[in-house]
Design a protein around this ligand. Sequence first.
Ligand SMILES: Nc1ncnc2c1ncn2[C@@H]1O[C@H](COP(=O)(O)OP(=O)(O)OP(=O)(O)O)[C@@H](O)[C@H]1O
Length: 303
Amino acid sequence: MSRSFDGVPVVREATFEVRPGSVTALVGPNGAGKTTVMLILASLLQPTSGFVRVGGFDPVTDPASVRAVMGWMPDTLGSWPTLTVQSAIRTTARMYGIDAEASARRADELVELVGLGALAGSPTRVLSRGQKQRLSLARALVHRPSVLILDEPASGLDPAARADLRELIRRLAGEGVAILVSSHVLAELEEMADSAVYLTAGVTASADTVARATSARRQWRIRGLDRDAVPAALAAIGVTGDRVQVDNLGTLVSVSGEADAAALLRALVASGVEISSFSPAVGELEHTFLDLNRSSSMEGDLR
Ligand SMILES: Nc1ncnc2c1ncn2[C@@H]1O[C@H](COP(=O)(O)OP(=O)(O)OP(=O)(O)O)[C@@H](O)[C@H]1O
């Protein structure tokens, strides 16, 4: 799909697929076009050109069918301020054509599912930001969609609510829902996504580019029971120079892949140093994201 605003291209032939039963992360820097892509999928914005199908339906020519199968949680959703939480969900269900009795039942279920039971009878204007996010999620789920599009769903949620959200998203994927989720908290996406679409300046990174970025050297963080013993042990096994950095959290070593990391750990343990933690300094998504954006800004510098 492509989309321009006033002739300025914002999404440029973005190409990806989200499979039923999977969670796909949509990742990109500010202004990359993530919300624009999601609005197009949600049938709220027309692509300038391209081919888009959601649950088999075309959001341009058949938005009603798309909306029937799709749940959409925007980054911020206005809530009818005077309605109660329960009636806001019930009203949403009625708008999807669900009958009055089933709508009331569904609202009761969802209020509990998103942890708003204690506020069911309160007007939505009293909700905090995180509680509004929960309400927005409940509204996205009201018609049991088979496709879910979630724009920054965890923003404003407290740690327990984030954990609940992750579990819910994984459970829905387990039930066969196709889920596309954007977030800037990559560590969090890492725990729920099966795959990722990287968007930079409106362009999706190709599989080859992602594979190159994924296999680029990355830093691993090593901690030992005796902090100073780790750099000494690294030096003794010949890992020195700008491959090694020491900071107040431990030692960072640049490593070229999982096999390299495993060999390094084996050598360190064999040298007798007591290692208490050994892990990538940043997760896979963040590493790939940073590497892709580093390369695209370098290309920009060269142009
Ligand atoms: N209606 C519009 N008219 C003109 N430009 C727009 C419009 N909507 C979005 N843009 C521009 O398109 C670009 C992409 O915006 P978009 O909101 O899709 O990015 P994003 O990846 O969701 O960013 P963020 O991570 O900051 O939320 C931005 O440069 C934005 O200014």
